[in-house]
Design a protein around this ligand. Sequence first.
Ligand SMILES: C[S@@+](CC[C@H](N)C(=O)[O-])C[C@H]1O[C@@H](n2cnc3c(N)ncnc32)[C@H](O)[C@@H]1O
Length: 224
Amino acid sequence: MDTAVRVVVVPGVFRPRSDSWMLTESVGDPPPRPGAEVLDLCTGSGVVAIAAARLGARATAVDVSRRSVLTVRLNARLNGVAGRVRAVRGDLFSSLGDRTFDLIASNPPYVPSGDSSLPERGPSRAWEAGPDGRAVIDRICAEAPERLRPGGRLLLVHSSLSGTDATLERLAAAGLDARVARRERGPLGPLMLARAEELERRGVLPPGRREEEIVVIEGRHGQL
Ligand SMILES: C[S@@+](CC[C@H](N)C(=O)[O-])C[C@H]1O[C@@H](n2cnc3c(N)ncnc32)[C@H](O)[C@@H]1O
């Protein structure tokens, strides 16, 4: 089935970028079985949840931003999948009770910042992720494995500058078989580029490098 998703975004909601589309494609490869329960964590416009719903899954889309939740509902209607997408406001898993999922997909904030405190409001909540870029990633690595059903999988996208090996190690330590499912090398995105010198000073970016890899990391219960 066609996974092409068209989304509108209101000011303050993250507009899907190349990492969003990488994650969306990975969600469809292989497609979730019809009726599978998919969680799109840090959903923004809802693009990943809507792609999953268009493939026949039942999607839950979570974001800490009220504007995002309203945008997901609008985009689900525009894409004809309002009946299969539930938008929920919350901090990661906090609003989900004890629900478990067949697939959890996330494009979380992952840009390393000079400040260890995360923004509490505004558009920068979509990317600021603490000094090593892992403030949200590490929480997902710790909490997602127990939210996966047997045979379920986690798909997490981030920059290599935020620690590919650290994610693989944490998921393995939590009992998942983890691997890089997809990687794309390219020039630093605008947010990383704007702080490249600071990242060099802090040792996050090797001197002179202006490239990063965007990786989709897959973690599964059971053998890959
Ligand atoms: C990089 S954007 C990704 C949006 C969308 N998934 C995409 O790929 O286009 C990250 C999103 O995470 C949300 N977010 C940040 N911290 C969060 C948290 N603790 N819990 C839930 N959502 C969070 C932001 O509001 C933002 O919408």
